[in-house]
Write a protein that binds this ligand. Structure first.
Ligand SMILES: Nc1ncnc2c1ncn2[C@@H]1O[C@H](COP(=O)(O)OP(=O)(O)O)[C@@H](O)[C@H]1O
Ligand SMILES: [Mg+2]
Length: 289
């Protein structure tokens, strides 16, 4: 049985509220996440994605509307959000900027030490977290943090959050700025976390290809509101609406549409390179009209 772990209803949030610079960042977002979700929140820069996800671990509190996470009501000013920070691991945009310890192992150990875990427990958590992001414990624990590649640093930052052993993992623009190899490795790690570690995962992204490759369910934000939600295939089938929102569709879907316009009988609801290849070899499929 899956359980509803996040319920956001009609969320509003302002920055610099009550000053001449006041901006409304979020104005009526709704979303739900279940304990087995692998979801994406997608939308343009400025659509409110980062603001929304910072509510999920209590870093921000709702100014209007409801945010309920693991049964806790974030609108209640008396709520102590600290336990929630452990259950909801939030990996910020460019998280490598928040690494601070010169050695990889110590950086990842920071969280568990703050939780006053025993040295054995700290070591176990650091080892597990490193293995989950594809950084071998023995090979990397004593490495100089700031000498790593961009992709490795990002995986160290992710391991630091995993060492808190969250039940929900939230990643804000996880692949932004990575090279194709770093991006592919990170997406593999995220998939494995969901499949093997049984964690609910939500990524924030404005990259349609990343969403298509990774997510199962999608929430689309525009202008601080939720404008679409559905399975990844349902969302990317709504091509005209996505174009209107200037979000577009994944590159492989675009290519399938091109081929179809050129007269090839190829289905257009493909989301990954593998699906496109399959569609090309089979020529057609039951779902093509
Ligand atoms: N710390 C902040 N102070 C003032 N305005 C902000 C701040 N953070 C975000 N905003 C504004 O709020 C809106 C939503 O931003 P954000 O949640 O970062 O969107 P996204 O993550 O989708 O790019 C934007 O108009 C942005 O300029
Ligand atoms: Mg953002």
């Amino acid at each position: 049985m899956t359980e509803l772990i996040v319920e956001v209803r009609d969320l509003w949030h302002w920055y610099l509220r009550g000053t001449p610079l006041e901006t409304v960042a979020v104005q009526g977002v709704g979303l739900e996440l279940r304990s087995d979700d692998l979801a994406a929140i997608m939308g343009h820069t400025g659509s409110g994605k980062s603001t929304v996800v910072q509510h999920l671990n209590g870093l921000l509190r709702p100014h209007r509307g409801t945010v309920r996470v693991f049964g806790q009501d974030l609108g209640d000013p008396r709520l102590d959000a600290r336990p929630l920070r452990r259950m909801v691991g939030l990996v910020f945009q460019q998280p490598e900027q928040q690494l601070f310890d010169p050695t990889v192992g110590d950086d990842i150990a920071f969280g568990p030490r703050q939780l006053r875990c025993t040295p054995e427990e700290v070591r176990r958590r650091v080892r597990t977290a490193m293995e989950r992001v594809g950084l071998g414990f023995d090979a990397y624990k004593d490495r100089y943090t700031f000498g790593l590649s961009g992709g490795e640093m990002r995986r160290v930052a992710l391991a630091g959050v995993l060492a808190l052993e969250p039940r929900l993992l939230v990643l804000d623009e996880p692949t932004a700025g990575l090279d194709p190899r770093g991006r592919a490795q990170l997406l593999d790690s995220i998939r494995a976390l969901h499949a093997q570690a049984g964690m609910a995962v939500v990524i924030v992204s404005h990259d349609m290809d990343v969403v298509a490759e990774l997510a199962r369910s999608v929430w689309v934000l525009a202008g601080g509101r939720t404008v679409m939600h559905g399975s990844v295939r349902e969302i990317f089938a709504r091509v005209d609406e996505l174009r209107e929102l200037r979000l577009g569709i994944p590159q492989v879907s675009e290519l399938a549409h091109e081929l179809r316009r050129a007269g090839h009988r190829v289905r257009t609801d493909v989301l990954t390179a593998g699906e496109l290849a399959e569609a090309l070899y089979s020529g057609t499929s039951p779902s093509s009209p």
